[in-house]
Design a protein around this ligand. Structure first.
Ligand SMILES: [Fe+2]
Ligand SMILES: [Fe+2]
Length: 282
């Protein structure tokens, strides 16, 4: 059977229409004249989103000395960009309402990569935590779309990854003729997500394609790539690496100037962070 990437993205039901709440939030958040208190009023109408905003603002990633007590304080802490990311997270989480095993495994991986990306961004110091959070969470969104639309055929991809120890991209290319990075990119375009988010999704397995002078983009994509590899190492994926794995061979580590020693130190830190902070996404 021939698979067509255009058709796959067009025909997928739930995920391809940009949720209205995202559009509403975008309009509100992109208007610089809107005061934080006004934004807080809108957020407070959705209890789950309000709760999540508090959780994130009071998590270790935003370094508040005293916990935010009001929603306005919480929003000021994470910033408008952070809040926009949370609205996206919130929306995507709702898509996973009816979790099967495969969906749960993808969700856990996305949450892990998001938290690992935030940790690595904070550690690196030159990359925004909010960008890292949203890009980490969305990097593999193409897998959800492929699996959601063609579950039986996607099961063959997963089987191939597991049995032959190849990467998802490799198995998808062979069985579908395109990869989750391309599908995710098309979805992100359709949703009109920020262009850096689109690009990170497209290139998260292919850093070499990013232009060398797009320094910030290269950094953000490298953060997500490194976080992805870290989560695979931590067992948060069906994919596994050979015993011969070394951080020294990882391009993103070179780009971000993280030594093998530092990454080995960070591995247990990230594992702990994921356990402690995954409640952000509950
Ligand atoms: Fe991926
Ligand atoms: Fe991934």
């Amino acid at each position: 059977m021939q698979y067509n990437i255009q058709k796959l993205v067009e025909n997928a039901s739930d995920l391809t229409c940009k949720p209205q709440v995202v559009t509403r939030a975008e309009n509100l958040l992109l208007d610089p004249t809107v005061a934080f208190a006004e934004v807080a009023k809108v957020v407070s109408m959705d209890h789950a989103l309000a709760a999540r905003t508090f959780k994130v603002a009071n998590s270790c990633f935003f370094g508040r000395m005293i916990k935010a007590k009001t929603l306005t304080e919480a929003i000021v802490t994470i910033g408008i960009k952070g809040l926009y990311s949370l609205v996206l997270v919130h929306t995507i989480k709702q898509y996973y309402k009816s979790f099967g095993l495969q969906e749960r495994s993808f969700w856990n991986h996305a949450v892990g990569v998001s938290i690992a990306s935030m940790t690595l961004a904070a550690e690196h110091g030159l990359c925004s935590t909010e960008d890292a959070m949203v890009c980490g969470l969305l990097h593999d969104i193409g897998k959800d779309l492929m699996n959601g639309t063609e579950p039986d055929h996607y099961a063959n991809v997963t089987r191939k990854v597991y049995n032959e120890r190849v990467s998802y991209s490799c198995a998808e290319q062979e069985l579908f003729g395109f990869t989750h990075s391309e599908v995710g990119f098309m979805l992100a375009q359709k949703w009109n997500l920020p262009s850096d988010v689109q690009t990170v999704i497209l290139y998260h397995h292919n850093l070499k394609t990013i232009e060398k002078d797009a320094v910030e983009l290269l950094r953000l994509t490298s953060i997500v790539n490194l976080a992805d590899i870290m989560c695979i190492k931590l067992g948060m994926s069906i994919q596994e690496f050979d015993n011969g794995f070394s951080w020294e061979d990882v391009e993103a580590a070179k780009i971000l100037e993280f030594s093998e020693e530092r990454l080995n130190e960070l591995e247990p830190v990230i594992r702990r962070r994921i356990d402690e902070e995954k409640k952000i996404f509950d």
